[in-house]
Design a protein around this ligand. Structure first.
Ligand code: NFS
Ligand code: SF4
Length: 642
């Protein structure tokens, strides 16, 4: 009884401590006033101008794949000029989306592989996780005995780069999957070959005059997505860990309140940690910190945005300023001296918005050139010097800050982050004497699921999106799952919603059902495990695979599902497809743009189940979606007889 009263008072305390969506929205509204004061336009204004959206685009039934078109499917015109129907057009558009998403994640991995290829003991980039390097070399049968670490690193990098264009064979990482999954992929003809080949094949198939069969397009989509999830993204994650260290648990903070009134604020935004890691290191150089003090500031404050934030939070505890739809808000605080971006999810609007303030907007990659930005092409050989120059430039800019325009919202939350598979296993090992093999074991978690203490797990991933109330769906779904004893693993901008709300604190266990709360206590974890950036959804695939392996069942049987309540990018479509290919159901809060084809809708919600065992469940209402998730998890439990 006494215990219950304690729990209740803790629940009240944590509820008081949670930052609500309304509070986040109030901050955004105040920042919007800052925008109006300088006549700046934000995504809210542009969203209004774009609404209602073009229905043909929304339904996926506009084709501009040749210059006889564009063709649109209407009640009067059921086919394009070449005869392609709604199913062919929607299917082709969908496959192109997957190919683009795959290319983004995989090209990011390629860049990181080149950095590893150029790494050296005296250079800017070194091997930080030797153990992981050796393990990967052994997995790939690269000799390691008596060899120099950098010789091994360079051969691993070359071997990784061959995954993009290999002449024959399939992705090396698919051998990591349990045999049952490998068999599904083989039997269904969706084993991923060279990454670039799957992307090129997708573009070829969707060229005018090629595949018009929706199912064939969906199958190639699964295959291409697998070359991402069990290819490019997995490479990105592994090589990043080798170069910058496998993430460990850190206490950090998140939301715009991490910007400091009296410090030089530098925001790093994007995805490729090769750039942001250097900026973080440069900002710690004593000479530059002293220089910043000589300019009247209290020091240099580097914070992250979007997936870059996740990468550096998990490796250095660097604080996170926010997620996707907060990128303009960061500049609107008037307190950002410099925003440095690399690739992906960067609004081109940041450049004109920065001009309304003193902010320097720096682009660094030939992949993401934006007019009006200061372009400093980042090169691994000169990276550290370039980063120091940028930090110095940011310091010089501090005195140009206009104090009357500064508004830093006070909200920020503490967060415990950094749970890659290695950390999850380490924490589970801490509570059990069960047999643990070389790669560790998920058996304690499985036992908790079998006993019903934990009902299952949900991977909540993806962006936020103006199509719905930003962050709201994430927040509502997370709270409800926790109450229902369902553990959450999160990445990307979804993980940052949890950060901002305060749900990544260990005390968030008081919002959980009694079972999950006990697990959090025993294992000493928060109820939402931050697993990293979106490329790290490959970690989630290994997690699901490991659970299935230790359970002795196929991935499609375990009570683990994916959920992307507010996804927006092409990358997200590729991810959703490789999660489905891995056998898991994916719950979506935003409809994929294929509604104009009944065949495509049937294929993505039902058809893929016959191919991989997984499929999409789509529901625009977050409360209904979470009910769908819970019943989906319970149905998996029933089928397993637990
Ligand atoms: Ni993911 Fe990262 Fe965020 Fe969405 Fe963009 S930052 S790779 S795509 S918006 S979660
Ligand atoms: Fe129209 Fe066919 Fe050309 Fe597409 S490929 S634009 S449907 S003619």
């Amino acid at each position: 009884m006494i215990k219950n009263i304690n729990v209740r008072s803790w629940v009240l305390k944590i509820l008081e401590n949670v930052t609500t969506i309304e509070q986040m929205e109030a901050d955004t509204a105040k920042l919007k006033a800052n925008a109006c004061a300088v006549c700046a336009e934000t995504w809210e204004d542009r969203n209004k101008n774009q609404t209602p959206h073009c229905r043909f685009g929304e339904d996926g039934i506009c084709c501009k794949n040749c210059s006889m078109g564009p063709c649109r499917i209407t009640p009067k015109a059921s086919r394009g000029i070449c005869g392609a129907d709604a199913h062919a057009i929607a299917g082709r558009n969908y496959l192109r989306t997957i190919a683009a998403g795959t290319s983004a994640h995989s090209d990011h991995a390629r860049e990181i592989l080149h950095v590893l290829l150029g790494s050296s003991p005296e250079g800017n980039y070194r091997v930080r996780d030797e153990q992981k390097l050796i393990r990967l070399a052994q997995e790939w049968e690269i000799p390691t005995e008596g060899r120099d670490v950098y010789d091994i690193a360079h051969e691993v990098a070359e071997t990784g780069l061959h995954e993009f264009g290999k002449i024959a064979g399939t992705q090396r990482f698919i051998k990591r999957a349990i045999p049952a999954r490998q068999k599904v992929w083989h039997d269904q003809g969706i084993e991923p070959r060279a990454i670039d080949r799957e992307i090129a094949t997708s573009l070829h198939m969707t060229h005018m005059g090629n595949t018009a069969d929706a199912e064939a397009l969906v199958r190639q989509g699964l295959r291409t997505s697998l070359s991402n999830g069990w290819g490019g993204s997995m490479l990105g994650t592994e090589i990043t860990d080798i170069l910058f260290g496998t993430p460990t648990v850190w206490n950090t903070e998140g939301n715009l309140g991490v910007l400091e009134k009296d410090m030089v604020n530098i925001v790093v935004h994007g995805h490729d940690p090769a750039f942001s890691e250097m900026v973080v290191t440069a900002a710690e150089v004593k000479e530059l910190v002293d220089y910043s003090r000589s300019k009247g500031s209290k020091g240099i404050n580097v914070v992250g945005l979007c997936c870059t934030a996740n990468e550096i939070a998990m490796r250095h505890g660097v604080r996170m300023a926010g997620n996707f739809l907060q990128q303009e808000n960061a500049i609107l605080t008037g307190a950002v001296e410099m925003m440095c971006v690399d690739v992906q999810c960067i609004f081109p609007s940041l450049s004109s918005l920065s001009e309304c303030f003193h902010t320097k907007f720096v682009t660094s990659s030939p992949i993401a050139r934006i007019p009006g930005s200061l372009y400093v092409e980042f090169k691994p050989e000169t990276a550290f010097e370039q980063a120091k120059d940028l930090v110095r430039m940011a310091v010089d800019n501090y005195q140009k800050r206009e104090p009357s325009r500064v508004f830093i919202p006070e909200h920020k939350q503490t967060a415990t982050v950094g749970y890659p598979c290695e950390q999850i296993i380490k924490h589970l090992d801490g509570v059990t004497n069960s047999h643990v093999d070389e790669f560790g074991s998920y058996r304690p978690a499985i036992d908790a699921i079998k006993a019903g203490v934990l009902r299952g797990a949900v991977a909540i991933v993806g962006c936020n999106n103006p199509r719905v109330r930003p962050d709201y769906s994430h927040f509502e779904i997370m709270k409800e799952l926790l109450k229902n004893d369902i553990l959450i693993v999160a990445t990307g901008c979804a993980a940052q919603v949890a950060t901002k709300a305060g749900l990544l604190q260990k005390d968030a266990k008081y919002l959980c059902g009694a079972g999950l709360r006990r697990v959090c206590d025993l294992v000493n974890i928060p109820p939402i495990l931050h697993m990293g950036a979106c490329v790290d959804i490959s970690r989630m695939m290994l997690l699901a695979n490991g659970i299935a392996r230790d359970w002795g069942v196929d991935t499609t049987q375990i009570p683990v599902v994916g959920c992307a309540p507010e996804w927006m990018s092409e990358k997200a479509v590729s991810i959703a497809n490789y999660v489905v290919s891995t056998g898991l159901d994916v719950y979506l809060g935003i409809e994929p743009q294929v509604k104009g084809s009944s065949q495509m809708m049937e294929l993505i919600t039902q058809g893929t189940r016959k191919i991989t065992g997984g499929g999409f469940i789509i529901n625009k209402d977050p409360h209904e979606l979470v009910t769908n998730i819970i019943s989906g998890i319970e149905a998996k439990r029933t089928a397993l007889g637990i």
